[in-house]
Write a protein that binds this ligand. Structure first.
Ligand SMILES: *Cc1c(COP(=O)(O)O)cnc(C)c1O
Length: 373
């Protein structure tokens, strides 16, 4: 079992008191990785890449071990150059972060704050809400349609206090995708002083002609940012590496707001990952095949599986109690998936697409549960 996080330990009178905004959030609970008593654990709870880190990244990390007394490259210049070359972007318009989670928080701290509002979709990525509340913002969660962000409803939710709009595309945990034309419409309908953040954490997995991660929209104005991560298809979640592509004035703000060494020396792993021959194509192809197979198998078993553009599927068990029972049953077989109550989807479980073998074991465990339930 993992060591539990301390919770609900109220400070005594006379002791230091944290800002009240702190207590509007619950500690983020990540995907679990251990099951008591299980010999082998199939961890499909955090949307990590299916095949471990790229071999070149493992080598780079081994070489790094002898250099750990050195401070890292504070401006991430080598990583920004590698990203710029790989994606055809100006490295001066990139800021790297300790995961894209850090960049999300820095954008909110810089452009939001007490008295202002953040807009996101009802089942959007939780870090927007957590970081927004920590900054003292009002977080407006806009109802979705078919578990997909409703662009018109999001536009209708904008008011004079709105400072930031966040949209993960594809979205985690729903897997849904908003076509580029609708993203363009969203940007066009927002006031020019509202910052639109397009979180493209799963961009590399997408194969849809109507998809665009948003580079063109960033370039077209002064008010749109795209965030990306090395945690998903590049298989480097433990290295904590993300990046933002933004207009120059926003880059300047992020460089002021970030810590001097916010990205640590593990940046070498990302540089190696970008250079790994065939990595993205292989992972994308596997994901498409395995996602389709798992979707078909669980649908065949009678469950509703939402169509996904990411490396995970959202599976609907009808009620929270049944999803809970399925979670417990899977866990007893060493299969860890993600419970969805925090996303207001307690009737669902999210299953990451692992290797074919892992997906097969997960499907078997679900089928076994349905046979007993
Ligand atoms: C996983 C995820 C991230 C966070 O990525 P890190 O770079 O590991 O912080 C951001 N956005 C979405 C939608 C994600 O699913």
């Amino acid at each position: 079992m993992s060591t539990p996080l301390s919770q609900n330990a109220a400070p005594q009178a006379g002791a230091p008191q944290a800002r009240s905004a702190i207590f509007t959030v619950s500690p983020y609970v990540g995907g679990e990785s251990k099951v008591a008593g299980a010999n082998r654990v199939i961890k499909l709870s955090s949307n990590e890449g299916a095949f471990g880190p790229p071999p070149g990244a493992i080598k780079a990390m081994a070489a790094l071990a002898t250099q750990l007394h050195r401070y890292p490259d504070g401006g991430s210049s080598a990583l920004r150059a590698a990203i710029g070359q790989h994606f055809g972007l100006d490295p001066a318009r990139i800021v790297c972060g300790n995961g894209s989670d850090e960049l999300i928080a820095l954008l909110i701290q810089s452009y939001g704050g007490p008295g202002s509002e953040l807009i996101m979709s009802a089942h959007g990525f939780l870090m927007y809400e957590i970081s927004g509340k920590l900054a003292g913002m009002t977080v407006r969660k806009v109802p979705e349609r078919n578990l997909t962000a409703d662009i018109d409803a999001m536009l209708a939710a904008v008011g004079p206090a709105t400072r930031l709009v966040f949209l993960a595309n594809p979205n985690n945990p729903t897997g849904s995708l908003v076509p580029h034309a609708d993203i363009v419409r969203l940007r066009a309908g927002l006031p020019s002083d509202v910052l639109l953040v397009l979180d493209a954490a799963y961009a590399e997995y997408v194969d849809d002609a109507n998809y665009d991660p948003g580079i063109g929209l960033v370039d077209a104005g002064s008010n749109t940012v795209m965030t990306r991560t090395f945690s998903k298809i590049f298989g480097l979640g433990g290295a904590r590496l993300g990046w933002a592509y933004a207009p120059a004035p926003i880059i300047d703000v992020l460089n002021r707001a970030r810590g001097p060494f916010n990205v640590n020396a593990t940046a070498v792993a990302a540089i190696a990952a970008l250079a790994e021959p065939g990595w993205v194509a292989h992972n994308r192809a596997h994901n498409q095949q395995a996602r389709a197979a798992l979707t078909a198998r669980l649908s065949q078993a009678g469950l509703k599986v939402y169509p996904s553009h990411g490396n995970f599927i959202l599976v609907d068990f009808g009620t929270a109690a049944r999803a809970d029972a399925a979670d417990t049953h899977l866990r007893a077989r060493g299969v860890i998936v993600r419970a969805m109550a925090a996303y207001d989807l307690a009737r669902c479980l999210r299953i990451t697409i692992g290797t074919d073998e892992e997906c097969g074991l997960a499907a078997e465990a679900v089928e076994d549960f349905l046979g007993h339930g």
